[in-house]
Design a protein around this ligand. Structure first.
Ligand SMILES: [Zn+2]
Length: 103
């Protein structure tokens, strides 16, 4: 039976994958003109990235959680996972690991 990769290894490979995908996204972003970016934002603003339904915002402890009630996905804006990680309930190793992956 193959050995399960350690958490550290999993985190390392997830971080590599995130860095690779970030680079590709930055290259794509650079190729878009401002007008195209404005149009994309207007088209997709507050819509679920998975199913396209409208997102609803619930505020809890100063964190705005955008929820899709069609597919039940959750969306957090930049900096909000960091806010959650600083609460007592958010001091889990999973949240810390997710933040390290996308650093
Ligand atoms: Zn959805």
């Amino acid at each position: 039976m193959p050995l399960k990769p350690s958490e550290k290894e999993e985190e390392y490979f997830a971080r590599l994958e995130a860095q690779k995908k970030k680079k590709l996204a930055e290259e794509r972003e650079k190729s878009l003109k401002q007008k195209e970016r404005d149009e994309l934002k207007q088209l997709h603003w507050m819509h679920c990235p998975k199913c396209g339904s409208e997102l609803q915002t619930i505020t809890y402890q100063e964190v705005e959680i955008d929820r899709c009630f069609s597919c039940n996905g959750l969306w957090l804006d930049e900096g909000e996972l960091e806010k959650i990680s600083k609460t007592d309930a958010g001091k889990s190793s999973m949240i810390s690991a997710v933040l390290r992956i996308f650093k």
